[in-house]
Structure formats: structure tokens, C-alpha cells
Design a protein around this ligand. Structure first.
Ligand SMILES: [Zn+2]
Length: 63
């Protein structure tokens, strides 16, 4: 599946090994966030909110 990252606008080709693949397959309208952006976003969120990454995972489902 070819996808474009919501943040950096780079193109990625993902398959079932990507955790977001199933989400995108079920809902093609949802946005893909590549791993580097996801990591930096989680770091930012963690430093600004004090949340742990596993709490942010729940939030990512709605992206
Ligand atoms: Zn990205």
C-alpha cells in the first residue's frame, strides 16, 4: 500500500508489518504518520504533557 505521511509528506510503501496498515485498510481516509514523525511527535507530546508513550498510542488511533 502506498501512503503519504501526514506530517513530512514523504511517500512510503507499507505492508502488514506496519501497525497502521490495518487502520488505513479499514479507513482509507485516515492519515498515515511515518515512524520518524511518530517518534518525534511522541517525544514532543511526552515532554509537553508528561504522558507515557503507551498512553499516546491510544490517542494515535484517532489520527
Ligand atoms: Zn513523516
Amino acid at each position: 500500500m502506498d501512503v503519504t505521511c501526514f506530517f513530512c509528506k514523504k511517500d512510503f510503501s507499507i505492508n502488514l508489518s506496519d501497525p497502521q496498515y490495518t487502520k488505513l485498510q479499514r479507513n482509507p481516509e485516515s492519515s498515515y504518520v511515518c515512524k520518524p514523525c511518530n517518534d518525534s511527535m511522541q517525544r514532543d507530546a511526552q515532554t509537553s504533557t508528561g504522558l507515557h508513550p503507551h498512553q499516546i498510542d491510544a490517542y494515535n488511533k484517532y489520527l
